[in-house]
Design a protein around this ligand. Structure first.
Ligand SMILES: [Zn+2]
Length: 237
């Protein structure tokens, strides 16, 4: 009977479908998908930190340039006060007061500078930790990608062998029966043929009546087929 051969084809087709499914899910099953999600998350966290830090650093630069400017002014006053020219004491007092005022501006700016450095410290610590996590993650991703590649090659090799096996077995089946089998499997790759075990359909486990089982036992010709009422597959005794 060709139906027994067809049963073997069905079993190979099922293995093939499973392998194709495994192929689709290989990145998930090896954890690569999750790793990539974590990678994107850390990347965006690092970007956020960079934005927060850059506004603080800009302010630091502004302060530094302010301090430089003020120091320049102080130097100009000092050069005048301590230079060769002589000034009235009222003018000297005035210049001295200016210098004192400029120095206190610098002191305020330096206080702010310290504040900013303290704000930046935990951010920098965070960046350090996240960068280390990122580089460990990148390493894992690289390793897993090569595992995925070899897994895919392995599955594809198994798929090839099964495909050849199926092709050989299909040659032994009549075109008419193959046509029916392919039609029943359809696009959804359903089970098209199954063996009846303990009076039940091997695919959907529907209980068959005694008369159906008896009909099945007495089918001799592959052109006479009994289909399961529930799942529609070809029943084989
Ligand atoms: Zn069934």
């Amino acid at each position: 009977m060709q139906l027994d051969e067809l049963l073997e084809i069905q079993s190979l087709d099922t293995s093939l479908d499973q392998l194709k499914y495994e192929l689709e899910k290989v990145e998930d099953s090896l954890g690569l998908t999750d790793m990539r999600v974590s990678q994107t998350k850390i990347e965006s966290e690092l970007k956020d930190l960079e934005i927060k830090m850059s506004s603080q650093r800009d302010e630091l630069l502004r302060i530094e340039s302010n301090v430089k400017e003020i120091n320049q002014k102080i130097k100009t006053f000092n050069d005048r006060m301590f230079g060769s020219e002589t000034y009235a004491s009222r003018d000297l007092e005035h210049m001295n007061a200016e210098v004192e005022s400029l120095k206190s501006q610098i002191s305020l700016l330096e206080d702010r500078e310290i504040e900013i450095i303290e704000i930046l410290e935990p951010f920098e610590e965070d960046v350090k930790e996240k960068t280390a996590a990122m580089s460990a993650l990148n390493e894992s991703i690289k390793n897993t990608e090569s595992q995925v590649d070899s897994h895919i090659q392995e599955i594809n090799a198994r798929i090839e062998i099964i495909k050849q096996d199926i092709a050989l077995k299909r040659e032994k089946i009549s075109p008419d029966l193959l046509g029916k089998y392919d039609l029943l499997r359809g696009h959804n790759k359903q089970v098209a043929i199954s063996k009846v075990v303990n009076s039940r359909c091997g695919s959907c486990h529907l209980n068959l009546s005694a008369s159906e089982v008896s009909v099945l036992k007495h089918l001799n010709d592959d052109s006479e087929l009994l289909l399961c009422e529930q799942c529609g597959c070809i029943l084989v005794h």
